[in-house]
Design a protein around this ligand. Structure first.
Ligand code: ASN
Ligand code: ZN
Length: 320
């Protein structure tokens, strides 16, 4: 026994990720392997049926169909974020295929995760001109990760957390693909997807919630960044895409206090908190507590990161 351990220790291959202090989820270590995405991109042909006609499978060359190729490349980037940074093998942690449909319905102004796959509309060309943008792709795929991490009920605060965590990992996927430092990122979700006549830059801003657009057709971006402006409404499942601005801005602030690459320590803290949450009805305060536990586990009780995260939650009006 001892000899084997010694032999292993002296071997030229590097120790596994877990021994290097890299967090590896249980699903991956149990599955024993972590490699490659299994992508399947379909053409919805502007119809409502899912998944539609298979047009690009894993390993197939680019099709020349811009939508299909963006969905394929984007899914690969997001898979890489979860796999290489957080040790997660696909959305379910067990290598599930990444199924997506482009050209879902006609003039469809949305994208979604339906519980098993991603679907992207083309937009109507007025309000929206595309949904195939990496932060949006990452957002939808993160809904799959959240679902397979215990879930967050899609209404009120737990729903806004679901939305916010989806925005966080969508933004991380984009920042990582661009190799951006925290201060280089624009912190926009869905930049460039609004129609050409819309007065706005993106769907949401994590840096400045409430400022992404201001338009006659779309109205004013309704997102708050502080609990004092929390929106109580029955629209939008209790404002899930509105109040997500608060935890979104908290993540932005934390990243800016820490610096470096947002998918490193801040991303690991959010990912670990999601894995350990185990409460589909979590409130913002529950989530803040969980992120505090995660940052303490990763950096220690008295670390600068722990102090900064405590400061962050206070700044957006959430007491921990
Ligand atoms: N694009 C939206 C989202 O992923 C679709 C929805 O409202 N569920 O949040
Ligand atoms: Zn969403």
């Amino acid at each position: 026994k001892l000899r084997e351990e010694r032999a292993e220790h002296n071997s030229p291959t590097p120790p596994p990720a877990a021994e290097r202090g890299v967090f590896v989820s249980r699903a991956v270590t149990e599955a024993g392997s972590l490699c490659c995405p299994e992508r399947r991109i379909h053409d919805g042909e502007f119809k409502a049926a899912l998944p539609g006609k298979l047009i690009r499978s894993e390993g197939d060359p680019a099709t020349g169909d811009a939508d299909a190729d963006l969905a394929y490349d984007g899914a690969g980037e997001v898979f890489g974020l979860f796999a290489e940074e957080y040790g997660r093998n696909s959305l379910d942690g067990a290598g599930m295929p990444l199924v997506a449909t482009v050209r879902h319905r006609r003039n469809y102004n949305n994208a979604f995760w339906d519980g098993t796959q991603m679907a992207y509309g083309t937009g109507d060309g007025k309000l929206f001109q595309t949904f195939l943008e990496l932060s949006v792709i990452g957002h939808e795929m993160a809904h799959g990760v959240i679902q397979h991490s215990g879930g967050l009920i899609y209404e009120n605060q737990s729903g806004a957390l679901n939305e916010s965590i989806a925005d966080v990992f969508g933004s991380l996927a984009l920042q990582r693909s661009l190799g951006q430092q925290v201060h280089e990122a624009d912190w926009l979700v869905g930049r460039g997807i609004l129609g050409p006549g819309i007065n706005g830059v993106a769907l949401r801003s994590m840096k400045a919630p409430g400022t992404a657009y201001s338009d006659d057709l779309l109205g004013q971006d309704p997102q708050p960044w502080h609990m004092d402006h929390f929106v109580t409404t029955t629209d939008d499942n209790g404002g899930v895409h509105i109040n997500s601005g608060i935890p979104n801005h908290a993540f932005y602030l934390f990243c800016n206090y820490i610096g470096g690459k947002s998918w490193d320590l801040p991303g690991r803290v959010w990912y670990r908190a999601l894995q350990n949450l185990n409460n589909p009805m979590a409130t913002f305060a529950d989530w803040a507590d969980q992120t505090m536990d995660a940052v303490i586990e990763l950096t220690g009780m008295g670390s600068i990161e722990t102090q900064m995260l405590r400061r962050t939650w206070k700044l957006v009006g959430i007491s921990i």
